[in-house]
Design a protein around this ligand. Structure first.
Ligand code: UN1
Length: 515
């Protein structure tokens, strides 16, 4: 069995972890005990990393009560003062970037540079949130009535439930939690049960700032592999917003449940992202972008490039260059310096990889690179390129693995139609040096995705933009731009500072004078 090249005890010590961790944190009640255990596994060698105590239904009331009572105090704090605590967390994250980045690689399996990048994404998000805490702007309007003033302001919602996926074990929580916090909400986090240690480490870190500040219940946590406690949170009217990142199938049921109680959902679900390479594209840009978009994170990003739509004049050149690059991918332990692609997250992910390839081949697809599962221990597969057709069922579906489906086109309109002809709508790219094609792609008749890029791949978005997608991706927007508004309720205020009571729309409605 391959040995992970880090000193586990030292890493655990630095991050407040142990071989037996409590995975339930309820504000000032601290870490709660439980009778249910979960094992965290290193996907690179299938070794046990640690045990984690998981939440049971009896814990939920404690967690929500902490989040709720902290909210009542937290919302009174001026937003810039809330930002100051996030600034302190950001400082702490800087000092722990190496350790936390290593833990992300260890437990999730992404290569160290990407593990560190993920912690950097948290830091960027924290810094953004600090600035945003001074910019929760509302509009002012001119009233149609004399001596009236109209404006809108934004108030916090309350307790925000954040459910995150395994592939970004810390950054996606940060997108939500830091913005939810500066906008005056408290947070309950249900991380993926595949990466509980990352969540526990983040909670320990935040506690170092929040407990002494008297706001232990700002961020709360429960690890819950059976989803029983999550179900209680989803059904709970005391949680006005559920932010969910994960599969479309699960997200759809969450959306239905939250909608039936008229709660709000922020959904960031499956992607089926394409890169289009037109006849004018600069391949020096396109090839590395396709390579990072497909092989990066072993194809386990929601922004991973899953489809490649190439102009017929370039298809042979593009395939050849990709085949050459794919042959050189060093697959192995993500913590080793020269590894470019780590393992998939678990055995099920390997099965999904195998099933998708088998299905495409059965439909008449062709293997252009990879397609093999590698011997364990560890869940390793080869990055894979398949020739396929867009309408095939498997191509229409998001398989969380490094499989790229390649197809060709002759006219740009045809390429855009193919790109849009999937149920998902997260990210999309066009590589071109043709101004007109670029503008068509970005126009209202172009890409139907939440993210549309020119000469940049589909993955690796910066936090400053709003992140999310359309159609079955769910329509939510997280991180930058005005995504903060999702975590707040808007209030329109009209103030009459005159001595008359004029009605809008000129309505006359006199009080009757009874004789
Ligand atoms: C995800 O895969 O859930 O744009 C998030 C990117 C990253 C975030 C991905 N910044 O690829």
């Amino acid at each position: 069995m391959s040995k992970t090249p880090i000193h586990l005890d030292n890493l655990f010590n630095e991050l407040g972890l142990n071989t037996l961790n409590k995975g339930i944190y309820a504000g000032s009640l601290g870490w709660l005990d439980s009778t249910i255990n979960l094992t965290s596994i290193n996907p690179a060698n299938e070794a046990v990393l640690a045990e984690v105590k998981c939440a049971q239904p009896i814990h939920y009331e404690k967690i929500i009560a902490q989040a709720q009572s902290t909210f009542l105090r937290w919302r009174e704090l001026p937003a810039p003062a809330r930002g100051e605590l996030i600034r302190q967390i950001s400082e702490l994250l800087r000092t722990k970037k190496n350790a936390l980045g290593q833990l992300v690689s260890l437990e999730m399996g992404k290569v160290l540079s990407e593990g560190l990048g993920e912690v950097q994404e948290m830091i960027d998000m924290a810094d953004f949130a600090v600035g945003q805490s001074r910019m929760l702007y509302g509009k002012t309007m001119h009233s149609e009535r004399k001596m009236h003033r109209m404006y809108e302001q934004w108030h916090p919602l309350g307790v925000v439930g954040v459910i995150t996926a395994f592939n970004f074990p810390v950054a996606v929580w940060a997108w939500n939690a830091f913005i939810a916090a500066i906008t005056g909400n408290t947070v309950i986090w249900k991380p993926s049960a595949l990466v509980p240690l990352c969540a526990i480490a983040v909670q320990h870190l935040c506690n170092q700032v929040l407990e002494p500040a008297g706001f232990a219940g700002l961020f709360n946590l429960f690890v819950d592999p059976e989803h029983q406690v999550a179900e209680m949170m989803i059904q709970d009217k005391q949680v006005p917003l559920i932010s969910y990142t994960g599969s479309t199938a699960v997200g759809r049921t969450i959306y239905e449940k939250v909608a039936s109680r008229l709660g709000k959902c922020l959904l960031e679900m499956g992607g089926n992202n394409a890169i289009i390479v037109d006849e004018s594209a600069d391949l020096e840009l396109a090839i590395p972008a396709i390579f990072f978009g497909t092989v990066g994170t072993a194809g386990q990003r929601c922004t991973t490039t899953r489809r490649l739509i190439v102009h017929q004049s370039l298809i042979d050149a593009v395939i050849q260059r990709l085949q050459k690059a794919y042959q050189q991918v060093r697959i192995g332990d993500p913590l080793l310096a020269n590894t470019l692609m780590g393992p998939l997250i678990n055995e099920q992910a390997v099965k999904n990889f195998e099933q998708a390839i088998a299905a495409v081949l059965q439909q008449g697809g062709e293997i252009l690179a990879g397609a093999k599962t590698l011997p364990g221990p560890g869940y390793y597969v080869q990055p894979t390129i398949l020739r396929a057709e867009n309408h095939w069922l498997t191509v229409q579906h998001e398989t969380f693995a490094p499989i790229l489906y390649v197809m060709e086109f002759s006219q740009i309109d045809e390429a855009i139609a193919l790109q849009n002809a999937v149920p998902q709508g997260l990210s999309s790219s066009l590589f071109t040096t043709n101004l007109q094609n670029a503008e068509i792609f970005l126009s209202s008749c172009g890409s139907d995705c939440g993210i549309a890029n020119i000469n940049i791949g589909t993955s690796g978005a910066e936090i400053g933009g709003a992140f999310g997608g359309e159609k079955e991706t769910g329509g939510g927007r997280e991180a930058g731009s005005d995504a903060w508004q999702t975590y707040m309720r808007r209030q329109t205020n009209t103030i009459n500072w005159g001595q008359a009571l004029p009605l809008a729309q000129g309505i006359q409605f006199e009080l009757p004078v009874y004789e």
